[in-house]
Design a protein around this ligand. Structure first.
Ligand code: MOS
Length: 718
């Protein structure tokens, strides 16, 4: 494996992005377009009694109104991940905001007015809005357990017994959720910002009872996804059906207010943790039960233990998971879906334990390192968490910290707190296929599995192709998220780089071999393109596919059928995880108690860094998101009617530039020696993990207050 660091390069899509030239799905121009608007249910549970569309149809420009009668009966038993029912129009209402009708019109204005004029009455049923409702159904998942947690806790010198809570939160990327469907010549083309184009192809076909072979899905550039766009949306099949019924293209851009009720969200979760250490300062046992809000038939698992089980060398662990099934839309993935809330709770508990023992929070963590996966004793592919902690501490100036809470002050009298926390995330991988074509005209095209949603995957792929082939970046076209050029696996879980960068490296190797075979010893000067021109070959193509460690051909088959083809973090020979350490300074103003975040240092171990600039951006974005999670973001449930109250960006408060100070990011940048040929692990999600805990630990150091419920607000510090 070569270990030369990759060069710092601008984002491959930077110029297009800043010029506004990047075409997101809803920007694709299609002639003859009709515009659509959904009609949401006003009740949380029950059944549509009457649905009157006459008034809406009379609005000038309204072309058609789709109702539940316009859909074929649900297909035979088929699993719709994270969905209570196939996402179409139904008479049975499972959550407030569920679509009950779709108005299609010549203009957006007519569609909007028509949607307001659809009149429905409902037979309502009692519903559960929160986990604590009497109608919530408690359901335990299979625990993650090893060793004997109770015995270890009974023998511990010091224990903490604490409960932490993380609220429901909603994604709010700039790009709204949208679908454009085009039905021509017996083919259905769907343009949608998604992380799983092949999932849409397969599931929409099943819902509409058509052949997936006639469905193409294109998601060229996504304006923010991170779990929100990880599966088929509530509207996708509805819009496709409208286009097929009307024989004209139909576009829906879901208004932000509706997205709060339609899209995936991070469920509220509660984390009860008992954690013990011995007299020598080694953590010995954990009993940790996490519960979360769940929809009636949702499948987002309450599994919060993949990270905490492997963060330190703790040999006795009991990890429970509980769903409270209530009448909400299905919760789902949102950046570091389990690891963020889990490590918020766990890393705050670790801080409490370190304080209880009188230990320095950095030294305490370093002393609890592990060289194996405590779950199963397997070796770790690589682990540099202790280096992240020690180098991060040095960069931050941790040695100047005085441990006593409330003991540090800023020049303006603000209380200063310094906090630390670790983060961890599984290194996951998917089967991936790619086609690399080099043409004598100087162009290069690389079409592959996976999607660009701003995380920088194109730039990472580009780094490998540009270094390996010495080609012109301006003439390199990387095609992603398009089912017509490659089967599309869901791009999520920080597995994009791990999966596709080694595939790009393989394609480069095969291309170089193919060229030298073609040249058969002949010598031509110049680039690969010029050599092709010299032998009068218009282009040369190589097709490659790559499996993750331990995956077999079945994974490739699943990929081709639009199903999950994911492996890790435990592989046959090893466990692979990514790590990070966050160091945070908070300042709390003495009178207003306003919390500021002037300074963060984050040091990450993601294996080899392929794209330094976008990697730094990923980490900054993760820290900003963690700031939002720690101090701003929460979706408030409406106990009267179900659904969410603060469904707009006025009341769902996210971080802004003025909130954020300096975020310094660095990497260990040591290639993982075994995970893959390039030495990469994942980075995206681990960036966020633990950062909220570091903020809350810093607030404790500043104020002496242990705050265990997010988001922390000014009133909690009064
Ligand atoms: Mo991942 S939950 O798609 O950021």
């Amino acid at each position: 494996m070569t270990t030369t660091p990759f060069k710092d390069r601008a984002r491959i899509d930077a110029v297009d992005k800043v010029r506004g030239a990047t075409a997101y799905a809803a920007d694709i121009p299609v002639p003859g377009m009709l515009y659509a608007m959904l009609v949401p249910s006003l009740v949380a549970k029950g059944r549509i009694a009457t649905l009157h569309v006459e008034d809406a149809v009379s609005v000038p420009g309204v072309v058609r109104i789709l109702t539940p009668d316009d859909f074929p009966p649900p297909p035979e038993p088929v699993r719709f991940p994270n969905a209570d029912a196939p996402p179409t129009l139904h008479r049975d209402i499972a959550f407030r905001g569920q679509p009950i009708a779709l108005v299609v019109a010549e203009t957006l204005e007519a569609a909007t007015e028509g949607a307001e004029r659809v009149a429905a009455t409902f037979e309502t049923q009692p519903f559960a809005a929160t986990k604590r409702s009497a109608l919530a159904v408690r359901e335990e998942a299979r625990p993650t357990a090893f060793g004997d947690a109770e015995a270890a806790l009974a023998q511990a010198t010091m224990t903490v017994d604490v409960e932490y809570e993380s609220p429901a939160q909603h994604h709010n990327p700039i790009e709204l959720i949208s679908t454009t469907a085009v039905w021509t010549d017996g083919r259905l083309t769907i343009y949608e910002g998604t992380q799983f184009a092949s999932g849409i192809k397969e599931v929409v076909a099943r819902i509409l009872r058509i052949d997936p072979g006639i469905v193409d899905v294109k998601s060229p550039s996504v304006g923010g996804a991170f779990g929100q766009k990880g599966w088929v949306q509530q509207q996708t099949a509805i819009i496709a059906r409208a286009a097929m019924l009307l024989g004209r293209p139909v576009k829906l851009v879901t208004p932000r207010g509706q997205i709060f009720h339609l899209a995936k969200f991070r469920p509220n979760s509660t984390h009860r943790i008992r954690l013990g250490a011995d007299a020598a300062g080694k953590m010995t046992g954990v009993h940790y039960v996490a519960d979360q809000q769940q929809s009636r038939r949702g499948t987002f698992p309450p599994d919060y233990h993949a990270g905490p089980t492997r963060l330190y060398g703790i040999r006795n662990y009991y990890g429970g998971g509980v769903d409270y099934r209530i009448d909400t839309q299905p919760p789902g993935h949102m950046r570091a879906p389990h690891e963020h809330p889990a490590c918020f709770a766990f890393e705050c508990a670790v801080d409490e334990l370190a304080y209880g023992l009188g230990a320095d929070p950095v030294d305490f963590r370093i002393a609890n390192d592990t060289r194996v996966d405590p779950q199963n004793g397997r070796p770790l592919s690589s682990r540099h968490l202790n280096e992240c902690l020690s180098r991060g501490a040095q960069r931050f100036g941790w040695s100047k910290r005085t441990p006593k809470p409330g003991s540090m002050r800023a020049a303006d009298g603000s209380l200063v707190g310094w906090g630390v926390a670790s983060g961890i995330y599984p290194a996951l991988v998917t089967a991936t296929v790619a086609t690399l074509r080099i043409s004598a005209d100087g162009t290069t095209r690389f079409a592959t599995t996976h999607h660009e949603f701003g995380q920088g995957i194109k730039t990472a792929i580009g780094a490998v192709l540009l270094d390996g082939l010495e080609i012109d970046a301006a003439k390199l076209d990387i095609v992603l998220g398009d089912t017509t050029v490659a089967p599309q696996q869901i791009t999520a879980g920080s597995w994009g780089t791990f999966s596709v960068v080694p595939t790009a490296a393989l394609a480069v190797e095969r291309m170089r071999a193919a060229i030298s075979e073609l040249l058969a010893g002949r010598q031509f000067s110049g680039t690969i393109h010029q050599q092709l021109a010299a032998i009068r070959r218009p282009f040369l193509t190589v097709d490659v596919s790559l499996l993750g460690p331990g995956q077999d051909a079945a994974a490739l088959e699943r990929l081709r059928r639009g199903q999950y083809a994911i492996a890790g973090p435990t592989f046959p020979e090893f466990t692979a995880m990514s790590y990070i350490a966050h160091f945070v300074e908070v300042q709390v103003e003495p009178t207003t108690r306003r919390i500021r975040l002037p300074r963060v240092v984050s040091f990450a171990d993601c294996g080899r860094v392929v794209s330094p600039r976008t990697a730094v951006s990923q980490v900054r974005g993760g820290v900003v998101w963690a700031f939002g999670a720690a101090l701003r973001e929460a979706t408030e449930v409406d106990p009267r009617f179900g659904g969410f109250l603060n469904n707009d960006l006025v009341d769902y408060v996210v971080p802004v530039n003025a909130d954020i100070g300096e975020i310094e990011v660095d990497f260990i940048n040591e290639p993982d020696p075994v995970a893959n040929s390039v030495g990469v692990k994942g980075l995206g999600e681990v960036a966020m993990v633990g950062a909220s805990a570091a903020i809350v630990n810093a607030i404790f150091h500043a104020t002496g207050k242990r705050l265990r419920k997010l988001p922390v607000r000014i009133e909690h510090l009064l």
